[in-house]
Write a protein that binds this ligand. Structure first.
Ligand code: ATP
Ligand code: MG
Length: 445
């Protein structure tokens, strides 16, 4: 016989230890002051995307598992071992936390028939999930900015996307980023190359590692992407896909190169650059830095003319890239770029609780004028000593303290004290003409 429900409910004793849980490994909390750097970067991205007339999309973080299996390819690192996939307990649907943004974007474009009236230039910013070994620059929840152009097949949009990324490095102040470029050609050219590649790899099967052997017939191109130094020689000597490209593919690549040349964007043609996903064709590229150790790829992309059709849309060409926000921020830090200043303009010192209503009214007027204000807050009925309030004001980094002392308030005034430049300088301002003096407190001036 079952016990009454009440009996099953654990009694919460006063002495019961509070439950203390940690976050999931490889998934980070982004807290102040670090979060200010994120907001700053996102602001720069939005501004630049606007200048190129790319429009923002916000898509679900969970998609049907089949979308990624079909879209990315079954024999890829992501689908083979990195996806967070689960079954919805309530309806049995097979779902996956998105490991990248392109497949979901293409799904949305097809679902909403977005290409009906012509091509689209889109971008997204958001978290992605991959079950990898966490290390510097590699996390299980990480963030990408992605830019995608759908419905245009010409090399000029490939080049436009590269110029956009290159401009982003400029506005973010990044140095030491190099561009690697390659062409994966078209399916028929890849097929011919593949046959030659398999023959070459089979001849050297003694040096292939387990993963390479497994991929020899399913995805031999990916073997060229190996990080195993023991296979370097055999990969180096492998037949090059570039040598199998026909005239149309070569002229596409040359057109991209000509636009980059004309715009002074340096690149290195890297015949071994293949990228992780199956969906690429023609142009592929990566932006790489040597300043971040082995996690040096900050951005990767390419053309994916067959993906839209693959997920059920009307055949349409497309091209895009995605950058890793954590790696880009790390690089900014590495290169010693200035951090955005989080300090408020003003710290409000309020000696007595009786002054709170009037003081807070003044602070509201200041905020309405665009001044950032941190108000002193206490833990009980007293506001705390002047000494402790000034200590907090200094620690806040504010340039000014406003002191709402009883005597000044009675005369309709507030004291303004410099905390940084000319520390100690003091003046008074009238409470009823805030707008007239507010701007003098803003550090932006
Ligand atoms: P890698 O070879 O480093 O695993 P990738 O080819 O898997 O990269 P993409 O799928 O092309 O990476 O993703 C684009 C960008 O996203 C990468 O260039 C990188 O900056 C970033 N990125 C990818 N995986 C992670 C991760 N686990 N943690 C942080 N950033 C990542
Ligand atoms: Mg990877």
């Amino acid at each position: 016989m079952s016990e009454p429900l009440k009996e099953n409910t654990p009694k919460v004793e006063r002495t019961a230890k509070p439950l203390r849980l940690l976050g999931v490994k490889g998934m980070n909390d982004i807290l102040p002051p670090e979060s200010a750097r994120w907001e700053w970067l996102e602001g720069q991205v939005r501004e630049l995307m606007g200048r190129y007339a790319y429009r923002n999309v916000r898509l679900p973080i969970v998609e049907p598992t089949a979308l990624f299996v079909r879209g990315l390819g079954e024999v890829t690192d992501i689908v083979e071992k990195e996806m967070y996939s689960f079954e919805d307990r309530l309806n049995g649907e097979q779902l996956t936390l998105r490991p990248e943004g392109t497949a979901g974007l293409v799904r949305a474009v097809v679902e909403h028939n977005l290409l009906y009236e012509g091509g689209k230039r889109l971008y997204y910013i958001g978290p992605m999930f991959r079950h990898e070994r966490p290390q510097r620059g590699r996390y299980r929840q990480f963030h990408q900015v992605g830019a995608e152009v759908l419905g245009f097949g010409g090399p000029e949009v490939d080049a436009e996307l590269i110029l956009l990324a290159n401009d982003l490095w400029k506005v973010l102040g990044l140095k030491d980023v190099r561009l690697e470029l390659n062409s994966l050609g078209q399916p028929a050219e890849r097929q011919a190359h593949r046959t030659a590649l398999i023959a070459h790899l089979e001849k050297h099967s003694d040096v292939l590692d387990e993963e390479a052997k497994r991929r020899l017939h399913s995805n031999p191109l990916r073997i060229l992407d190996t990080k195993n130094p023991a296979m370097h020689g055999v990969v180096e000597a492998a037949p090059r896909l570039l040598d199998f490209l026909d005239e149309a593919s070569l002229s596409h690549l040359n057109a991209v190169k000509a636009i980059l040349d004309a715009n002074g964007v340096a690149y290195n043609i890297n015949p071994r650059l293949v990228r992780g996903m199956d969906y690429y064709n023609l142009t592929v590229f990566e932006f790489i830095t040597t300043s971040l150790g082995s996690q040096g790829t900050i951005c990767g992309g390419g053309r994916y003319d067959y993906l839209i059709e693959q997920v059920g849309g009307k055949p349409s060409p497309a091209v895009g890239w995605a950058l890793g926000v954590e790696r880009v921020l790390e690089l900014i830090k590495e290169q010693g770029e200035a951090m955005p200043d989080l300090a408020p303009d003003v710290y409000a010192i309020i000696p007595e609780t009786a002054a709170l209503p009037v003081a807070m009214q003044v602070l509201q007027s200041l905020r309405a004028c665009g001044v950032s204000v941190q108000m002193h807050a206490a833990n009980g009925t007293s506001m705390g000593s002047m000494k402790s309030q000034f200590k907090k004001a200094d620690a806040s980094g504010a340039r000014f303290a406003l002191v709402f002392g009883g005597e000044e308030l009675a005369r309709g005034l507030v004291a303004v004290k410099s905390l940084r430049d000319g520390a100690g300088d003091q003046r008074t301002e009238p409470l009823n003409t805030v707008a007239a003096w507010a701007h003098s407190l803003q550090s932006a001036l």
